[in-house]
Design a binder for this molecule. Structure first.
Ligand SMILES: NC(=O)c1ccc[n+]([C@@H]2O[C@H](COP(=O)([O-])OP(=O)(O)OC[C@H]3O[C@@H](n4cnc5c(N)ncnc54)[C@H](OP(=O)(O)O)[C@@H]3O)[C@@H](O)[C@H]2O)c1
Length: 289
């Protein structure tokens, strides 16, 4: 199978990865809760992603919980050399699927061990500390204690690299005083650009920015501007949304999520969608509109 995503790469921790990766959250049941609706299809999506050149998979043991990592293990273990699996700790699921902060040192250690066991790994290559001080997005508050707990697990050799998720600029700055931060994973897409300055600041430092909800998340972005550019380019609106992110900054690494092979193929093909300066100007109006 042809490698669709080999063209551009960027540093993530000690490795470089293709700028188009894959986000595994959609493989769990509805609202990322419960087992996959179609486990065979989930396995097929993961295997095809790797066959097509994806070498960066984003996951968490809280998707399911546990089941998404179990499906990744079933589909891909033993992992192909060079495939980087990034995960997250800092939250747990309530009985009805709610997302709850889990920030004590024992919560962080349990989450690291859950990920190691369910992914069948001895070391986690990249762990993002997922901050959850508010349900509404990033909110201020010190992250020193949970980050120190994660850094202690790194010193014990269970975690290789550390990133942050759902954080403010002040929290990124605080974290840098505690441990090396190799990426930030926050909500960002063509319609949601609160992090524009963070993207640029990380790019200047050579640090990866990994937008979550690159297509808009559970309700993908809809916009007449996106449709118009897609029609001009002979692409789909979702391909244009991803191409806009690739064009926005070289440190942006994509992890679009899907449970279907058709959407996986479509998303990987966004690597070949070229946007003109006029397209970019038009798309720039989505977030202000
Ligand atoms: N750190 C965090 O707090 C956090 C939060 C959310 C997500 N994440 C990570 O970020 C990854 C990406 O986010 P996400 O999966 O929630 O959202 P997303 O990638 O923005 O969008 C996924 C949604 O778009 C649909 N979709 C995918 N490709 C499509 C296409 N080509 N055409 C039309 N619809 C398409 C999917 O449905 P189908 O399944 O039907 O394709 C799904 O409903 C996740 O998988 C997860 O790893 C992290």
């Amino acid at each position: 199978m042809a490698n669709q995503v080999e063209s551009t790469r960027y540093k993530l921790g000690a490795r470089t990865v293709s700028r188009i990766g894959y986000g595994a959250m959609q493989l769990a049941g509805p609202n990322a809760f419960g087992p996959p609706t179609d486990r065979k299809a989930a396995v097929a999506v993961l295997r095809e992603a790797i066959e097509r050149g994806v070498d960066h998979i984003d996951t968490s043991d809280i998707y399911g919980p546990h089941t998404t990592n179990e499906v990744i293990r079933e589909a891909l273990h033993p992992y192909r050399d060079g495939v980087l699996i990034a995960t997250k700790v800092g939250a747990v699921r309530g009985p009805g699927g709610s997302w709850e902060a889990a920030f004590s040192a024992s919560d962080i250690e349990r989450a690291v061990h859950d990920n190691l066991r369910n992914l069948a790994l001895d070391v986690l290559e990249l762990v993002n500390l997922r901050v959850m001080f508010s349900a509404m997005g990033p909110a201020e508050g010190s992250i020193a204690a949970p980050l120190a707990a994660l850094a202690a697990l790194q010193r014990r050799g269970l975690v290789r690299h550390i990133g942050l998720s759902n954080v403010t600029p002040a929290q990124i700055e605080e974290a840098r005083g505690i441990v090396e931060i190799v990426c930030v994973q926050n909500h960002f897409n063509v319609a949601h650009r609160r992090d524009d300055a963070i993207v640029d600041e990380l790019a200047a430092r050579g640090v990866a920015y990994v937008p979550f909800f690159p297509l808009g998340g559970f309700s993908p972005v809809q916009s007449a501007l996106l449709d118009a550019v897609a029609a001009r380019r002979g692409a789909t609106p979702m391909q244009v949304a991803l191409a806009w992110l690739l064009r926005r900054s070289p440190n942006i690494l994509l992890i679009p999520g899907t449970k279907t092979l058709a959407h996986l193929r479509e998303n990987l093909a966004s690597a070949s969608v070229e946007l003109s300066d006029d397209d970019v100007r038009a798309l720039g109006r989505i977030a202000r509109g």
